[in-house]
Ligand binder design. Structure first.
Ligand code: FAD
Length: 362
């Protein structure tokens, strides 16, 4: 890793992989580095795998703009490269009349944000579409579906490599010196001299920024647990509750995997440790089961088995009431921080990469 390269991307999760493939396609000499022994990321391995439509965020936010664009880019990419995916569609289910009234507002918001394929579903139609689900009405989002996050990331890394990018794993960034042109990035495998740096370090993006002297970010880890269904459930769509205003997640929902398995999750609980992946206590299952039964009354606690957890890299502190937007910021000359890339970051990765390209190659 000697000699000055055009750009060093720190982090080989889906965001770093998308950025690397985009910049390598523009003929920048590019190295992607990750402290883990392999590419694929950390948050990227522990999520719902949903390609979101972009319905939930303020109209002028990066989350909306990049999710709406990312949705199209991701489906196109998957179709072109053969990454496994399924356009399952999603139902947001109203539990009562008050929630049903809010669905119309959500459709208007989505339409204003450029989200395609939104439709209201009556109680009777819902019963036909998803007989196991309880609700009085639903919103159907036709552009939502699922993708294999590991395959998506691997395909982006492969494409970056094919265009000349180098990938270094097992190399942790420990220090960043210089104020640009170039930066000297110290790693456990030696120094990298780079004319530009992109910080795509997920849960540690605040730490990486600090190592470059930028101390304005604090990531608050917020854990979400998933429980799989032990018995087969006849469900074909992604099924979500109506989001509670101000909640740090979308609410416990159905997660479908590409093998036909059904899980529920993730809930949202702030934790101290960014790597708090220990199994939850046994008594959590009953509480989790209550959330599940709001949508699926026939699911018993015994049907649920803890499967995994993921940690959101939130910029929103535990006592704040509003969500924060993604940060995509050139905080030093040609040093781009990508911070707070929580959901819908998987969906938005290809669109985030376009933003980074615009900053570094205007
Ligand atoms: C529970 C949960 C559910 C989610 N569901 C969805 C969903 O359904 N749809 C959606 O669009 N989004 C979803 N998301 C969000 C999505 O998963 C993330 O936005 C995305 O995976 C972030 O990718 P990343 O590349 O930024 O981070 P990561 O995948 O974590 O990659 C960052 C990499 O940086 C490396 N790194 C860190 N520090 C260093 C260092 N010092 N030196 C070298 N390397 C370093 C890490 O090892 C890691 O591999 C969900 C997130 C969570 C937590």
């Amino acid at each position: 890793m000697e000699g000055a390269i055009d750009v060093l991307v720190i982090g080989a999760g889906v965001v770093g992989a998308a950025v690397a493939q985009r910049l390598a396609a523009r003929e920048m000499s590019c190295v992607v580095i990750d402290r883990r022994a392999r590419t694929g990321g950390e948050i990227t391995e522990r999520n719902s795998g949903v390609v979101h439509a972009g319905l939930y965020y303020p109209r002028d936010s990066l989350k909306t703009r990049l999710c709406v664009r990312g949705n199209r880019l991701t489906w196109d990419w998957a179709e072109r490269t053969g990454v496994r995916h399924a356009r399952t569609k999603k139902l947001i289910v109203a539990a009562d009349e008050e929630e049903a009234a809010s669905l119309e507002a959500l459709i208007s918001h989505g339409v204003a944000c450029g989200v395609p394929e939104l439709a209201l579903v009556s109680k009777r139609e819902l019963a036909v579409l998803e007989p196991e689900v309880r609700g009085v009405a639903a919103l159907c989002s036709g552009s939502t579906g699922i993708i294999d996050p590991a395959e998506l990331t691997a395909s982006l890394i492969a494409s970056a490599r094919a265009k000349g990018a180098e990938v270094a794993v097992g190399a942790e960034v420990t220090r960043i010196d210089g104020e640009g042109d170039p930066y000297t990035v110290r790693t456990t495998q030696g120094d990298v001299i780079a004319r530009a740096v992109v910080n795509a370090a997920g849960l540690d993006a605040d730490e990486i920024a600090r190592r470059a002297g930028i101390d304005r970010y604090t990531i608050h880890p917020c854990r979400g647990d998933y429980y799989r269904s032990r018995r087969p459930l006849a469900v074909r769509h992604l099924v979500y509750p109506v989001k509670t205003k101000g909640a740090p997640g979308l609410g416990v929902h159905v997660v479908l995997d590409l093998e036909g398995g059904v899980s529920f999750g993730p809930d949202a609980n702030y934790v101290k440790d960014k790597r708090d992946y220990a199994s939850p206590p046994d008594d959590k299952r009953a509480r989790f089961g209550e959330s599940v039964r709001k949508l699926f009354p026939a699911v018993a606690d015994e049907d649920l088995e803890y499967s995994m957890s993921g940690i959101r890299p939130k910029l929103r502190a535990p006592l704040e009431t509003e969500e924060r937007d993604f940060v995509i910021s050139e905080d030093l000359p040609r040093f781009v921080d990508l911070v707070g890339i929580e959901s819908p970051g998987l969906t938005s990765a290809l669109a985030i990469a376009e933003e980074v390209e615009r900053i570094l190659l205007p």
